[in-house]
Design a protein around this ligand. Structure first.
Ligand code: FAD
Length: 487
């Protein structure tokens, strides 16, 4: 019998499998729907090349979901993707590896009453343990020996340099290290999980070096359909592999399938809103607010042309951080010759919801972001677009997007027309105390009301994070693994 069975070898799952299997007496089985390569050099070039986002229409390593970004009379539809491959979304993403802020952890801790497990002081050593910062590793707030190499562009592309200069001209200070404990608002070089131009996911950083352990089994091309229970104890999972279905049993099951699939798996298994489940003929095991709330970072894109030479580089070399606003001068041209300045709201008040469309695992869930529903979010984004336009004005950029109209009502129509997502969906199984009716898991990610079952990935974060979630997802898995290894 397996001690811990992990569903999903993505950003969090690879960390967890590697850390839990450090104890030779603990058997770990990791199940991943996508493909595994056993050597870092065996990965396809597209996944290793950090200068490209390998998420094109033909990419075979993706989950794809239709979503509704906003709906206030006129629905804004979109599509999102997630990595379906060992390393998960971290194997296909932009390599931006930035920590969440002290204010985020203060808000997170407030959700948990007196617990200090998710305070910034508690998680800082965990962030450090995960990284090998190749620029600032000698500083006390950094790690120099962790599995994930982190570095900033030493020779930025002309576009990034122009952006940084324009930010300085508008009056924003430079921030040498965006992961510094004391980092303030301003413009800085993006810390990236790359080494020698290669994207280093948690698959290559954590899992591959652990593959030879006899107590660790990794099965790829294996999709978990649903959980099995004895009463309200999770005891196994039904999986499909090579068109054959079987049940695997374990002492403890961890869902690390990402914020969409972890929630969908719980719902398919009977943990969720009882009324919704009954409507789909799914027997209710335990009522819980799975998928009832999630958050993500809405982004509006300003397109422009710039007569600066293009150079292959990570998609985002510099970023302007302004508390809850992030302004991103993407270096990749989404349309040839046309650049995009992303303007993202990092602590939106509007919240989304996810629910099953069908009990059939092959049918993707309904995902409604409900962006811009709160007046607060529209106001913040209108202000952010004005700031971004000012920065663009200081660059030698020729705007392609029509300017945002002056009145709030027409400006809101403009926001809808230019709306996109940062692909940072989190919080579908949010963390909170047992008496919190919005909470699905406790402070150690164990599902309330169900024994033998945890969710350990980006699903559990109970507040919007002011920075991209990748580094924090790694930290979450590291932190929970540390607590579990202490017993
Ligand atoms: C295109 C893109 C770009 C991004 N860029 C950045 C960035 O630059 N910086 C940043 O901070 N964040 C970025 N993000 C977000 C970040 O990568 C993710 O939020 C983070 O990696 C989520 O980690 P996770 O462990 O929760 O899920 P994932 O890393 O997605 O892992 C989930 C894993 O579970 C597997 N799985 C799912 N369901 C099943 C099942 N039923 N059975 C078996 N296996 C299953 C999946 O195949 C996957 O491997 C980006 C995301 C995307 C999609």
């Amino acid at each position: 019998m397996t001690d811990t069975l992990i569903v999903g070898g993505g950003t969090a799952g690879c960390v967890l499998a590697a850390r839990l299997s450090e104890n030779p007496d603990h058997t770990v089985r990791l199940l991943e729907a996508g493909q595994l390569w056993r050597e870092p050099g065996g990965f396809p070039t597209e996944l290793l090349d950090a200068t490209r986002l390998p998420v094109g229409a033909d990419a075979p390593w993706l989950w794809r979901y239709p979503v509704t970004l906003a709906d206030d009379g006129v629905a804004v539809a979109g599509n999102i993707v997630r990595g379906k491959v060992i390393g998960g979304s971290g194997a296909v993403n932009g390599s931006y590896f930035v920590r969440a802020t002290g204010a985020d952890f203060a808000a997170w801790s407030r959700e948990l009453g007196s617990s200090k497990i998710w305070s910034f002081d508690s998680v800082l050593p965990t962030y450090c343990r995960s990284e090998r910062d190749l620029d600032f590793g000698d500083q006390s707030w950094h790690g120099a020996a962790g599995p994930i190499p982190v570095r900033r562009s030493a020779n930025p592309a002309p576009l990034s340099e122009e952006f940084a200069t324009a930010c300085a001209a508008v009056g924003f200070p430079g921030v040498p290290d965006l992961n510094a404990v004391s980092a303030s608002d301003g413009v800085g070089a993006v810390p990236c999980n790359i080494d020698d131009g290669r994207r280093v996911s948690t698959a290559s950083g954590y899992l591959l070096p652990a593959l030879s352990r006899p107590n660790l089994t990794v099965q790829d091309a294996t999709t978990v359909l649903r959980l099995r229970f004895r009463g309200t104890r999770a005891v196994g999972v039904d999986v499909v592999r090579d068109d054959r279905t079987e049940t695997l049993w374990a002492d403890h099951i961890v869902l690390s399938a990402g914020a969409i699939e972890s929630a969908a798996t719980l719902l398919r298994s009977g943990i969720g809103n009882a009324e919704h489940l009954r409507a789909l003929d799914i027997p209710v095991v335990h009522p819980a607010p799975v998928g009832a709330w999630f958050t993500d970072h809405p982004e509006v894109g300003l397109e422009y042309r710039l007569d600066a030479p293009e150079r292959a580089t990570v998609p985002l070399e510099y970023v302007l951080e302004l508390d809850d606003i992030e302004i991103r001068p993407y270096t990749v041209a989404f349309t040839p010759g046309i650049q995009r300045l992303g303007v993202a709201l990092m602590r939106p008040q509007s919240a989304g919801a996810l629910r099953l469309r069908s009990a059939d695992p092959a049918i993707p869930p309904v995902i409604e972001h409900r962006y811009l529903a709160a007046e607060h979010d529209r106001t913040r984004l209108r202000g952010a677009v004005a700031t971004a336009s000012e920065v663009l004005h200081r660059m030698s950029a020729r705007a392609r997007t029509d300017p945002m109209p002056g009145t709030p009502k027409t400006a809101d129509g403009w926001l809808h027309a230019n709306l996109a997502t940062s692909q940072h969906l989190s919080g579908t199984c949010r963390m909170g105390q047992a008496n919190d009716e919005r909470a699905v898991v406790d402070e150690l990610c164990r599902v309330h009301g169900v024994a033998g079952l945890s969710v350990i990935d980006l699903s559990v974060v109970p507040v919007p994070l002011s920075r991209g979630p990748q580094a924090t997802t790694v930290m979450i898995a590291e932190n929970v693994a540390e607590f579990r290894s202490r017993g």
